[in-house]
Design a protein around this ligand. Sequence first.
Ligand code: B12
Length: 494
Amino acid sequence: MKDTGNPLVVLFNPAPRKGFQAHRRVELPLNLLHTATPLVHAGYRVKVIDQFADPGWEPKLREALSEKPVCFGVSCMTGPQIIRALEACRNLKKLYPDVPTVWGGVHPSILPEQTLESPLVDFVVAGEGEETLRELAGALANGDSPREVAGIGYHENGEYIYTGNRPFVDLDAQPPLAYDLIDIHLYRRKIFGSDHVSFNSSRGCSFRCGFCYDSVVHKRVWRAMQPETVVSRLERVIRDHDIRGFNFTDDNLFIHLSHAYKLMEQIVRKDLRIKIGKLHIRIDSILKMDDDFFRLLARAGVERFTIGVESGSQRVLDLINKNLTVERVLEASRKLIGTSILPHYLFMMGLPTETPEELGQSIRLSEQLLRENPRAAKSFNIYMPYPGTELYRFAIELGLEAPQRLEDWSPLNYRYVPKKSPWIVPGTKKLLAGLDFPLMFMGTNFTYKKTHPIVRGLARLYYPLARYRVEHLNAHFPIETMVVKRLGLFGRQD
Ligand code: B12
């Protein structure tokens, strides 16, 4: 029986990948959970449909839309998600032409006006969605003007209206997440022997890395839940779902080391016995920690740090404003060797003006890090100029044609080099095409380790060629990359 009492809001998470890849390596849709929870508390019925994680999303969406919602909310990053977000809105409009679509998330927050130029987008929520969507849904349900709702963009009589910025939400004042809106089992991932789900305890970062969305979306303002609140939220997940593993999605939990220290102390004091399978940290924060801090992190359950190194070339590090030296990377890495924490070093390749030699320096640095600490892992992703960032503006100077329509942003994908990419030096581009795939096989984290035995066998056979290519920066006739791309196993996935 349908409960038609309270107004309905349907929220949709579009998949960034398609086909069988869509449902791999999924993460909790914290974007929608954080946005949906205040709506639930305000008395709305909310349905969250996750195309990314849920193979059964289609019938669930049909069922959710068997009744007319107040609005249809969509979350979106820059990239292939846009195509599927538009597709979902097109289908919604066929069913209910007058139900407004509301776009939120990083991409519409950065480009609200351009996003609204699509006829399939009625409202854009810029920035945090918690209070904005609740107020907007209220205005829509009551037939009030949305003018008073701060933080939204829309068209009125053909004119673009932006209602002005809204202060950041008080994270401690938010109700605990309404996990019952999703099937949490879809998101459990076993790492370090425990089921893990994503968790977010702070937002923003005060650094100025030229590639990062932070300064435009979070205005370099760091906000965090108090340690007590974090602990009580974690306790709930443990109690209600028997999950004791958490991957933190915080941009930078370590802006104030004292905050991170207190949080870890609380976790230990409350005897949560959790594992933290992923926690992002900068090199400089590692260098500021003493042995006591590392011991505390280990006791609190921290298993792995993800660490943005980005490049092995000092010129490139300076260019991207990383505020880091190669020597300090090595110093921090050596410091971690004596601890139980696994480092996962993240690199970018194809950064604007990066030469083949400089990419070679990154590869050499990654190999040195892995040689010195065999428990470490590394990943290389292809740099993409994301809108609103300093490096995006530089890429424009180098000849990037700014995408003019919402859908033109969809080819931006960190495993795919667009044909027209004037920010990438031609020699480097050739290396990217030939080395992106073999690089995945270097180090302990190589992606196919946990896959089917046949895939593992093929990977083992391929390994010597991958090694040769990486060692000699050899990207000649990358037949293997062409094959895996043709088979849709790697590369462009829109
Ligand atoms: C987890 C994560 C993912 C997950 C997906 C999570 C999911 N379920 O959808 C995975 C691993 C799949 C992923 C993939 C990618 N990601 Co990612 N990801 C993140 C990460 C680390 C955390 C997201 C999160 O949980 N945030 C916490 C929540 C609470 O914040 P939020 O998502 O911003 O949501 C708030 C608002 O945006 C808004 N909101 C969001 N959605 C909606 C919807 C509505 C209707 C409304 C009203 C409001 C609203 O309200 C929310 C609450 O305040 C962020 C960085 C970060 N710390 O945010 C990067 C980030 C979002 N990713 C990014 C990128 C670039 C990608 C990739 C495109 C490429 C890459 N290199 O990883 C790929 C996708 C492409 C592909 N082919 O796979 C960029 C986005 C930049 C941009 N311009 O869009 C970010 C910001 C990282 C960065 N520093 O550059 N990602």
